[in-house]
Design a protein around this ligand. Sequence first.
Ligand code: DGJ
Length: 751
Amino acid sequence: MNILFNETTKTFHLFNEDISYLMTVLRNGQIGHLYFGKKIHHKEDFSYLLETAYRPMTSYVFEDDRQFSLEHIKQEYGLYGTTDFRHPAVEIQQANGSTVSDFQYKDYEIMEGKPKLAGLPATYTESSKEALTLIIRLEDPLTHVILELSYTIFARGGIIARSARITNGGDSDIQLTRAMSLCLDLPDCDYEWIQFSGAWSRERHMKVRRMEQGITAIDSIRGNSSHNHNPFIVLQRPGTKEEQGEAIGFSLIYSGNFLAQAQVDAHDVTRVLLGIHPSHFSWKLDPGQSFQTPEAVMVYSCQGLGTMSRTFHNLYRKRLARGYWRDRERPILNNNWEATYFDFTEEKLVSIAAKAKECGVELFVLDDGWFGERSDDHAGLGDWVPNLTRLPGGIAGLAQKIEDMDMKFGLWFEPEMVNKDSDLYRSHPDWIIRTPGRHTSHGRSQYVLDFSRNEVVDCIYQMMAKLLTEAKISYIKWDMNRSITECYSAALPPDRQGEVFHRYILGVYDLYERLTAAFPHVLFESCASGGGRFDPGMLYYAPQGWASDDSDAVERLKIQYGTSFCYPISSIGSHVSVVPNHQVYRNTPLHTRANVAYFGTFGYELDLNKLTEKEQEAVKSQIAFMKKYRRLIQFGDFYRLSSPFEKNVTAWMCVSRDKRQAIIGWYRVLNGVNQPYSRLRLHGLLPDMPYRILVDGIERKERCWGDELMYLGLVTSDGTSGEVPTDIVPPCDFDSRIYLLEAVEEKGERT
Ligand code: DGJ
């Protein structure tokens, strides 16, 4: 890894063994983009890459030069109004009303490691040798606004992390109305755009489309990153597959309003922009003040989508997630939500917990309904004190009972919300987000607390910290169940109302930071009506997130498959729930529900007392199985093998770091008859190593070489192909299997 700068040609070259990133100072002082892709040889001058053709109907910067038009030059951080007509990366409203900026190169700095972004989640380094950071400083000669573009290249993998910082170095106020985290001009448009979109209970479905001249975009202006779109896109070359072809993933480490956009111009140049959504955003900078954008991460892969995903997984698991739980196997939990909803007593909870303990569960989680006057969703949010009618011993008493069973205790909060029927609202009706003089809309009878105000965050912190100090709480599920409407803060002046959405998210991060610092052993799981805020920003504080309120195993195939493109398996909250399923009323076999939930954090969302004895025995085996293999699943290398968006069969696998062990999840939605004989090509194994194969715990007679399993494939045929082998139970709809591969001790002799 290195960052080279040539003083004569003013060219920067960031590179490691996988990638090169090239840019140069242009004749007008702006920074031009030259290349991002597979590593190339270093040269001192790449300026021949700059486009210099004369084109009619454009505009030129210099009187003596009919070639220098920014419209036709690829840039690092595009500006509008000085001959570039594409959407810009930054826009600043100045004292005289002008929005034209002109940032010119001043100097640069290279440092080992990676500086923190104050108040914002971001990737980090643990040793200065892990990464190099380049900061390029530019200044607008008229307004003296300073722009700092930051680029971090990591020692390994195709990763570049970027952000921008804008400082008002002038002597009048300015309004920042757009400040993207990333702008990347790619030389052509021969890409397919992939997004991960959906809605509540069908989050992160993979959607692919061809790009054309014009704009392709996804966004959120809901206040949360949202169920509808994830702040992550991929551009892939047509024909790219899991293990071959070129792809670039773009991920924003942010949990609020965002825009991800690709604009293909008239000459097929593709400009990617990623950052805070400029709509409903402005930020006033008094002289001397700065604004730091969130971080965006780009991952380039020339070995397909699988390598891109594994690069994100490694980075986000080890250098975005933090703290005590980062590298630890996740406890198997039993959450009472789908078991009881609001209808519980302490006695009922203890009986659910006792059965869970008997089956091997490690953590019992009490969900919504334990506080204030909450008996349904109309009251109580904001009053984070236990309801002693329901829980006579309070949370401390219940937690102690669970601890006495030798289990850990976890608790649900929704810190950002308040019901009008609550003591908190009665004391502070002005603490909610609402626009003066206008009707205030609700969501699930709840209102959003104005987390842009420190006193609001302080008050919630005090209530939560008191409980965490008094009771033995080992886990917190942090929920968030509505988006923001009538956005306005009573605490800010009119010219700062455009700051509310971002200040709100900074308040959320602040509360997370304070709680995780004060209670470092507590495991946090983020949640927003399921996966409404499943994003890298949350991952910095909460190493796992509830992926979706949809707990049906078949629905979860698409949700978890889509989620895996960016997020590590250790971050995906996944549980076994009852049938008929509460969201889609589908009956799936218990083994399939577990086989899907294994590929995540794993747990149960039901009352195990209500299962038959035979099912309870099966649950005991599932938990024992997960305890044995969770390190491999949660911290191994993940490979997608067959897509639920394309096929009736979904398959994926996790391979241990030494490649001697692998686990494959295989799922078939509908049963078939007289089907083709099928093989599944595996990945990531040692070609020269013989493996024993266990199918649902039963060892197959034959052993196979790693190369056999990867190039020829694992035979997955069953009774649907004509006969039922004696060692497998007959196939059914919503069927699934777990295959385990274990390297045979002695290295095999090859012939
Ligand atoms: C939405 C969450 O996604 C559910 O798991 C549950 O915690 C409910 N909220 C509780 O209100």
